[in-house]
Structures are given as C-alpha cells and as structure tokens.
Design a protein around this ligand. Structure first.
Ligand SMILES: Nc1ncnc2c1ncn2[C@@H]1O[C@H](COP(=O)(O)OP(=O)(O)OP(=O)(O)O)[C@@H](O)[C@H]1O
Length: 273
C-alpha cells in the first residue's frame, strides 16, 4: 500500500451525527407522500455507516436533510450535539453525478471550493496538490474533466470533497456507475483515506455487498415511509473484498431482511404503472 503523504492540516474528525425523529413529507399531486417517518439514527465518531434500502425509501432524502439541503417536517439533526440549521462546511455530500465543472482542470476543480473558503492562492495550490496525490491523479492535474474516465472523475470528486476537510462525508451511491475494477480500487482508496482521517462517513448504496465491504455497521431501511428496520454490526476484519465468502454470507443475511421491502417497492411500482 502506498505511503500516505502528510496532510497539510489535520482533519477534525471523529464527529458524531445524531438524527432524531426525522419526518419528511412531499406534495404528491393532491396528496402528501411520507418519505421518512420518525427516523432515529446515531452515526458514531469516526464510524463508517452504510445505509441500504429499496428504491424510493428515502435514502437520498435522509442524506439531504443531514447535509442541510432539505428541511424536515419534524425532528432534528445534531452534529456533535449541536443542532444544525442548513448546510455547513463540516458536512460534504458526494453524489453519483458529481457536479464537476467541465470547463475547469482537475486542479481548478479541487481548488474551487477552497477559493470560496477564502484560502490564499498558495494554500489552495498546496492543498489541491496534496489531495490530488492522495487519489493518485497527479499526472492528470492539468487535464479537463472530459479527458478522464468515470473512475478518475469520481476520484476528482473525492479529492475536491476531502480538500475541504469536512469532518463528515455523506456519500450517495458514489460508485454505482463504475466498472467493477474501478469500484474495487475506489473502495480500497476510500477505506485507506478514512483510516487516516477518521472522518465519519454515511454511505448510501443499493449494493448490499458493497455495504458489507465498507461498513462498520449496515442499516436497513423499510419501503415507504422510510424507517429504520434493522441494523447489522459488521465485525469482519479489514481490508475486506467483495468476493470474500464472509462478506457474501453477511450480505445474504442482510438481503434476506431487505427482500420483503424490495418486493413491496416493486408491487407499488406495478400498481401505479
Ligand atoms: N423534491 C421532491 N419532491 C417530491 N417528492 C420527492 C422529492 N424528493 C424525493 N421525493 C420522493 O420521496 C421518496 C424518497 O425519495 P429518495 O430519492 O429519497 O429515495 P431513495 O431511497 O434515495 O431512492 P433511490 O434508491 O431510487 O435513489 C420518493 O418517493 C420520491 O419520489
């Protein structure tokens, strides 16, 4: 494993997220759709927590609420016991469609948020270089986004988020669109960076094996309204691989719990077709 370069400034990690009684409704025609119902969830300091659930159960909505991008109807989110009120630099959301700027180079994309934060030109350059190295893209720092593969873009997105030194990373199916080798590589890199920074990670995925590969704990959500159905502590030694028999066995147990919820989601889709 490559030796880590020294961080330019320590990341303030080991942050606790407390979600209490979160309920969220959306207008759906003339009706109200309850997306989340009384969600209680604690993400421990420096924990890697994965959330799985059927499509439409409110996983993204939950991340958006924690990120401060959506307001809940009821309940609250606390970061280190302090109630949140909107977005903050302590929490960064990384999602599948990345939001990278195609007209900027890799380095400029990573520097962008740092400029917004008011860092000097020199500090921005040092910090961007550091995080671009961390995701192994130094040779591409002057390339434009369209010149990169999907996996490389995902790494730029990761470097951009990490450069802002959030204590909480909220990841919404970040690796879903990638080929298997690139995804495996990013699992390894994310785990390595997490071990180093001790950032608290909340990771949403459809892929139960991916959840077991990465998580300290996996939480299963119910189909609409989204509630926490069950949680599984993952005690397997790290690093793990998706193809490990122990990972497969644990994933099968979780999938059995999830199956009924997926069936409900599929039935609901067909009944509205
Ligand atoms: N802005 C919105 N306006 C209206 N309804 C919404 C809005 N955002 C989400 N919803 C609804 O809330 C429910 C939960 O959506 P959400 O995207 O959080 O689910 P999800 O579990 O992340 O789904 P997927 O796994 O398919 O991405 C869905 O029924 C969705 O249609």
């Amino acid at each position: 494993m490559a030796a880590l370069v020294e961080l330019p400034s320590p990341i303030v990690a080991e942050t606790k997220i407390s979600v209490r009684g979160i309920t969220k409704r959306f207008a759906h025609g003339r009706e109200q759709l309850t997306a989340l119902q009384a969600i209680d969830l604690e993400v421990r300091r420096g924990e890697f927590l994965c959330v799985v659930g059927p499509s439409g159960c409110g996983k993204s909505t939950l991340l958006h609420i924690i990120a401060g991008l959506e307001k809940p109807l009821g309940g609250e989110v606390r970061i280190d016991d302090i109630p949140t009120n909107g977005p903050g630099p302590d929490r960064i959301l990384i999602f599948q469609d990345l939001g990278l700027f195609p007209w900027l180079s890799v380095r400029e994309n990573v520097e962008f948020g740092l400029k917004m934060k008011g860092l000097s030109r020199r500090e921005r350059a040092d910090r961007a270089r550091h995080f671009i190295r961390l995701v192994h893209l130094s040779q591409f720092e002057n390339s434009y986004i369209h010149q990169l593969s999907g996996g490389m873009r995902q790494r730029v997105s990761l470097a951009r988020a990490l450069a802002l030194a959030p204590s909480v990373l909220l990841m919404d199916e970040p690796f879903t669109a990638l080929d298997a080798q690139t995804r495996d590589l990013l699992h390894d890199e994310l785990e390595r960076i997490w071990a180093e920074t001790r950032q608290t990670i909340l990771f949403v995925t459809h892929n139960v094996r991916e959840a077991v590969r990465l998580g300290d704990r996996v939480v299963v959500m119910t189909y609409r309204p989204g509630r926490i159905k069950r949680e599984f502590g993952i005690e397997l030694d790290r690093p793990r691989a998706l193809e490990d028999p122990e990972v497969a066995a644990q994933a099968a147990e979780i999938l059995a719990e999830l199956r009924g919820e997926i069936d409900q989601a599929v039935r609901a889709e067909y009944s509205h077709a």
